[in-house]
Design a binder for this molecule. Structure first.
Ligand code: NAI
Length: 214
């Protein structure tokens, strides 16, 4: 496939395409047109065609897309054709909730370890995974082919822990701490702010109310 810079907006839409295609695939649907995808996803058909053209286009005009092929191709682009091995740092409320959410496994994200600096949590099992002391982290990361670390620790701790993880060879960080991490360019960071989504919801409620009181 031709290598070119794909915009973050397009990349941001790929997981959604992938999810809808998963549903179509599991419903036994074999073909879908861009118009049908557009109706389900509430994205214009031309937007869908433009997005797919970034990857050489996946379908044939007038014939629609083969659901399984498109699902597999988008999965490959998203790197979901391989298994990722994750550890969670911070076994508090959020860390435990993530460890308990089994559906990540279906997409090939395997939670392998859970670490915390609170000795009272050590040995506790969350979804079969034992919470370990931070001192075990280096060897664990190296011996278990861990490529992603999930940071669910306070922001005051996150920068230092991220630096350690980089040193141990981690490739990506799923960062829930509300702080910008200082990591080299070859380390991928995805910051998650649930509150951003909530603020967007709040904005939409306000906009809807003001539009309907005019
Ligand atoms: P929590 O207090 O329940 O859990 C934090 C855990 O981190 C504790 O078990 C603590 O012992 C551990 N910890 C603290 N320092 C550590 C270190 N240096 N090394 C290893 N473990 C350490 O907090 P909660 O509610 O689980 O939140 C965790 C973090 O996630 C906070 O920074 C919070 O602000 C953030 N958060 C972010 C959200 C988002 O949307 N990005 C949503 C909710 C929480």
């Amino acid at each position: 496939m031709e290598e070119k810079e794909i915009s973050q907006a397009v990349i941001g839409r790929l997981p959604r395409y992938f999810r809808y295609l998963s549903e179509l695939k599991y419903a036994g649907i074999e073909r879908v047109s861009s118009q049908e995808l557009s109706d389900i996803m509430k994205v214009t058909a031309s937007q869908i065609r433009q997005d797919f053209n970034n990857f050489g286009g996946f379908g044939q005009q007038g014939y629609g897309y083969n659901v399984e092929f498109l699902h597999n191709e988008i999965g490959k682009i998203l790197g979901l054709d391989r298994t990722h091995h994750l550890i969670i740092i911070g076994a508090g409320n959020l860390g435990q909730a993530l460890a308990n959410y089994v559906n990540f496994e279906r997409r090939g994200f395997l939670f392998r370890g859970l670490f915390d600096n609170n000795s009272e949590l050590h040995g506790k099992k969350i979804w079969g995974i034992e919470v370990q002391p931070m001192e075990n982290m280096e060897v664990f990361v190296k011996e278990n082919n861990i490529d992603i670390a999930v940071l669910t620790i306070p922001k005051t701790e996150a920068v230092t822990v991220a630096e350690q993880l980089v040193e141990y060879g981690i490739k990506g960080i799923w960062n829930f701490a509300h702080v910008d991490l200082n990591v080299p360019e070859n380390i991928q960071v995805e910051n998650v702010h649930l509150s951003d989504s909530l603020m967007k919801l709040s904005y939409n409620i306000s906009r809807f109310e003001s539009d309907n009181t005019k």
